[in-house]
Design a protein around this ligand. Structure first.
Ligand code: SAM
Ligand code: SF4
Length: 448
């Protein structure tokens, strides 16, 4: 492409908030924009098109979007032809769209999660429209296959295997913004992964809100364990990861698939959310503390060395000190390898938002800090078990802090740093762990 042509190309900037699902949706937006001859840029000032792909799982994420949108007002005044688009989960809520129309009328385009595939048409219509264009579909349609995407990181790729969620945990907005559970056709998933592998991908992470219920909406008789076994057959693929697994739907078949398939990594993300049966019940999680602990134990017995990570919410309405201590006890017992911890955030439209006995903010923060302390202690203990052990690491690049240090992940999803030459990037290396720390491990190259 000549320089003159490059200069004429329009540039886009995407800011992505929230989970891997959103990151992957942004990759699809980037793919569609690349087909429209747009170039990515890394600052808003240079962009002809700015997209905010939003998340609404917690209030903080929403406030950040509003704050960042407000900052665009001056830029839009300076560059009136620049297009500002806002999409993603937040837009599936009518009160959010109304708020943006009122407070940020300079936004040009609003669209939702169910009509992302229609973005090229929306963008074209928006360019011809004098006023803000809003198109948010209330209901999900058919799954749209074959959307182009520009992957952020070639060695590793996200592959969505299902959309939506049927579980309606009482605190969670996702079922309202992402719609009902729909599984992708296994042939489409296999085709996508084979293409990725042909283009250099070594590791895929299969995404879904509850991957264990994969297949329920399909005519074909296939479950998640069966899908893993088929993906495991793909030549050239080295590693398979997946998230998230809902504890209520974990089957023996899945645990055996992790055990039997050599490409499936020994790691399970198993959000517990709370350690008290009272709270689990009001959260509508559909398992008890005892059932959860049995699952963790079964997984550890069937797959020795498996790492277990989790999500925990503190300060759910009605959570007493005793309930919280049940969570602390469970965390001590499991000794997680890692965790995402959240302070309960009221989400309008969910049953928990209407519950009495909301926990005061200072109590939530205090519990959050106490929980982190116990979690980190467990993580440090688990990591110290790896001292002098040799682990397989997929080398992802150089460390952010020191360009002579390489960084990668173990099959159990732990970050490992070690000294080595850049030609190891993209390779699987055996590394002896010499210094295990809480948030990363340091090691030495044993062989390639
Ligand atoms: N589907 C996954 C599952 O059930 O484990 C998780 C999806 S959700 C986007 C990610 C995490 O956000 C949840 O596991 C939960 O811990 C947290 N979360 C969801 N709603 C929340 C809320 N209202 N307040 C605080 N944390 C919340
Ligand atoms: Fe939300 Fe529960 Fe569905 Fe996860 S399983 S997305 S927490 S409703």
């Amino acid at each position: 492409m000549n320089t003159e042509n490059t200069l004429k190309q329009k540039r886009y900037f995407i800011a992505t908030y929230g989970c891997q699902m959103n990151e992957h949706d942004s990759e699809k937006l980037a793919g569609m924009l690349s087909n429209m001859n747009y170039l990515e840029c890394d600052n808003k000032e240079e962009a002809d098109l700015i997209i905010f792909n939003t998340c609404c799982v917690r209030e903080n994420a929403e406030l950040k979007v509003y704050g960042n949108l407000g900052q665009l007002k001056a830029l839009k005044k300076k560059k009136p032809d620049m297009i500002i688009a806002v999409c993603g989960c937040m837009m599936q809520q009518a009160h959010v769209v109304e708020y943006i129309k009122k407070k940020h009328p300079f936004v040009d385009l609003i669209f939702g999660t169910h009509n992302l595939h229609n973005f090229p048409v929306l963008l074209s219509n928006c360019k011809q429209s004098e006023s803000m264009l809003v198109e948010v579909w209330d209901e999900e349609g058919e799954i749209i296959e074959g959307l182009p995407s520009v992957r952020k990181y070639g060695l590793k790729a996200f592959v969505t295997i299902m959309y939506g969620c049927n579980n309606f945990c009482t605190y969670c907005i996702v079922p309202y913004t992402r719609g009902r559970e729909r599984s992708r056709d296994p042939e489409e998933i296999l085709k996508e992964i084979k293409e990725l592998v042909e283009n250099g991908t070594k590791e895929v992470t299969l995404l879904g809100q509850n991957v264990n219920s994969y297949g329920k909406s399909l005519e074909e008789d296939i479950d998640f364990g069966g899908l893993l076994r088929r993906i495991n057959e793909i030549d050239g693929l080295e590693r398979i990861r997946f998230m998230t697994s809902h504890p209520k739907d974990i089957s023996e078949n899945l645990i055996f698939a992790i055990r039997d398939c050599e490409k499936v990594c020994e790691h399970i993300h198993l959000p517990v959310q709370a350690g008290s049966d009272n709270i689990l019940k009001v959260m509508n999680r559909k398992y008890t503390r005892e059932q959860y602990l049995k699952l963790v134990n079964d997984a550890k017995v069937a797959v020795p060395g498996i790492s277990v990570t989790t999500d925990i919410i503190v300060g759910f309405p009605g959570e007493t000190e005793e309930d919280f201590e049940d969570t602390l006890d469970l965390v001590k017992e499991v000794k997680y390898d890692n965790s995402f911890t959240f302070i309960y955030s009221i989400r309008k439209g969910t049953p928990a938002a209407e519950m009495e006995e909301q926990v005061p903010e200072d109590v939530k923060h205090n519990r959050f800090n106490r929980l982190l302390e116990v979690l980190n202690k467990g993580v440090a203990e688990r990591n110290s078990e790896l001292k002098n052990k040799v682990v397989e690491v997929l080398v992802e690049g150089v460390s952010k802090n020191d360009e002579n240090v390489l960084t990668g992940r173990t099959r159990t999803n732990k970050v490992v740093n070690f000294d080595g030459s850049k030609d190891l990037i993209g390779k699987l290396c055996n590394i002896k762990i010499t210094k295990p720390r809480t948030f990363s491990l340091f090691g030495e190259l044993v062989d390639k």
